[in-house]
Design a protein around this ligand. Sequence first.
Ligand code: S3P
Length: 197
Amino acid sequence: MKTYYKDNKDAIRAHLDRPIVLIGLMGAGKSRIGRMLAEALDLPFCDSDDEVEKAAGMSIPDIFECYGESAFRDGEKKVIRRLIEDGIQVIATGGGAIMSSETAALIKDRALSVWIRADIPVILERTARTDKRPLLRVDNPEAVLRALAEKRYPVYAKADITVDSGNGEAEDVLNRALKGLADYLSRAEAERSKDEH
Ligand code: S3P
């Protein structure tokens, strides 16, 4: 592991008292970066989509098809509450999860949020590789993604930390995330000790 990883890891682990929650559009890289982040920080990793599927005993496309999107959203809300209550870990959320005001408030109060931001062309290319996202099973997925971005970006933008996840190396994205987290937590700690004196 590179040394600058280690410095940031130590700074993060010294002050982290909440789970880290990754938010952002489908295909931005939340699960991939989340897994790497958890490994770099020696923390457990959880993916809310996987947990919803486990709880329902069926795939997300099947949940949408059999019960509709609102049933999926109900399950997603419950799963994320449970994952946040489970303690310090890295949680990748489905792209629409934070659009629930209840989930958004929970994340704001009880977690550290990281927006994994990627450009639409990059997302389009990545999401075209699989058929697992019911919202993109349409003739014009680009139009859907652009509409979702317009609605969701103002909400994602409230995250504690924003990390750009371009087409480059995942390791670089990981490093930017570690640096963003270390800086954020050091600043928060400095504010806290200033208030105490
Ligand atoms: C969704 C994103 C998906 C999954 C579901 C709905 C969304 O998760 O939760 O298909 O509304 O953006 P990923 O963001 O992990 O692809």
